[in-house]
Design a protein around this ligand. Structure first.
Ligand code: PBG
Length: 333
């Protein structure tokens, strides 16, 4: 058989022939305003303690967190997600520090809101930073008590809203908490506080460095969160979780972890009209950083490629510990 001049009929490489045409046909982009910066706040002053398993991430006292937030805003980041590092002495079985309206998290919310009012503040609703056993809910006879936990989560939402949280983000995976929190917020006059539901959160081993950062790793020990977080083997269940949380009043949905669960981001965002956010969790970030530190991969390029994959799968915004660095590289767009 002779190969004619017309072979092959279709040449997809024409659209890739130079940077300018590649830009024109590009379907997805990462922008600074797509990124949400998670921040760990700690008690004290002038503190910036590196988290060993999260290179480049520090636990910050509130004064330092404010400086980081100003920088984030300058780089075009629109929102932060706050996580408190609660000292061991304040962790109890009943998580009562979670309901102290003057706790570290509430102080951080108020101080950051005052200093950088244009930045959206997302707060975590779950009890794990505050429980001596490290679980997201109350432990009763060896079980995480759903309804009793939801009752506390509602109060946690109220004190966070009162401190100035713009979006509360329940990450606890208790059943029925979205409706309960929505009702409680509305009754207290916080109709404008949004709910970002961690609707689809898996019982993942990728959360290890986060637990180091907030100091819950030793508390949780070997006991897992499999009775409330989702089984990594399941995807249809993700649709049920998402549908329920939408019906209960969620404004946005989170899928977590991110890269190993792109199929889930895709199916949830294709199925439902709500904005879907994705969390590039601590273990994902740490793996990229570790390989880059060994010189095995180009860390920045791999990070950008991972984040782009989230967008391609359908994520609207992405929580990533690399938000500040990536925003600096992208410039304000
Ligand atoms: C806990 C919470 C976790 C993360 C965010 N909120 C850990 C867990 O469920 O044990 C993990 C985030 C990360 O790994 O970056 N409510």
């Amino acid at each position: 058989m002779t190969i004619h001049g017309t072979f092959p009929n279709t040449r997809l490489r024409r659209n890739r022939k130079a940077p300018w045409i590649r830009s024109l046909v590009e379907e997805h982009q990462i922008r600074s305003c797509d990124l949400i910066l998670p921040l760990f706040v700690t008690e004290g002053q002038q503190l910036s303690e590196p988290v060993k398993s999260l290179p480049g991430v520090n636990r910050l006292s509130i004064d330092q967190a404010i400086i980081t937030c100003q920088r984030a805003a300058e780089r075009g980041i629109k929102a932060i997600a706050l996580f408190p590092v609660v000292p061991l002495a304040k962790k109890t079985d009943d998580a009562k520090e979670a309901l102290n309206p003057d706790n570290l998290l509430c102080q951080a919310i108020a101080a950051i809101k005052a200093a950088v009012p244009t930045l959206g503040i997302i707060t975590d609703i779950a009890l794990d930073p505050y429980t001596s056993h490290g679980h997201d809910g109350l432990l009763v006879n060896g079980d995480i008590a759903n309804d009793a936990t939801v009752h506390i989560l509602c109060q946690q939402a109220i004190i966070q809203a009162a401190a100035g949280a713009d979006i509360v983000a329940p990450s606890d995976m208790m059943d029925g908490r979205i409706r309960a929190i929505r009702q409680k917020l509305d009754i207290h006059g916080y109709q404008d506080v949004s709910i970002l539901s961690y609707a689809v959160k898996y019982a993942s081993s990728f959360y290890g460095p986060f637990r180091d950062a907030v100091g819950s790793a030793t508390n949780i020990g070997k006991s897992g969160k499999h009775t409330y977080q989702m089984d990594p083997a399941n995807s249809k269940e993700a649709l049920r979780e998402a549908a329920l949380d939408i019906e209960e009043g969620a404004d946005m949905l989170m899928v977590k972890p991110g890269l190993p669960y792109l199929d889930i981001i895709k199916v949830v965002s294709d199925t439902f009209p709500l904005p879907v956010f994705a969390y590039q969790v601590s273990g994902e970030y740490a793996m990229i950083k570790a390989a880059a530190a060994n010189g095995w991969i180009d860390g920045d390029q791999v990070m950008l490629e991972s984040l782009l994959a989230f967008k391609r799968a359908g994520a609207r915004a992405i929580l990533t510990y690399a938000a500040l660095d990536i925003a600096a590289k992208l410039g304000n767009i």
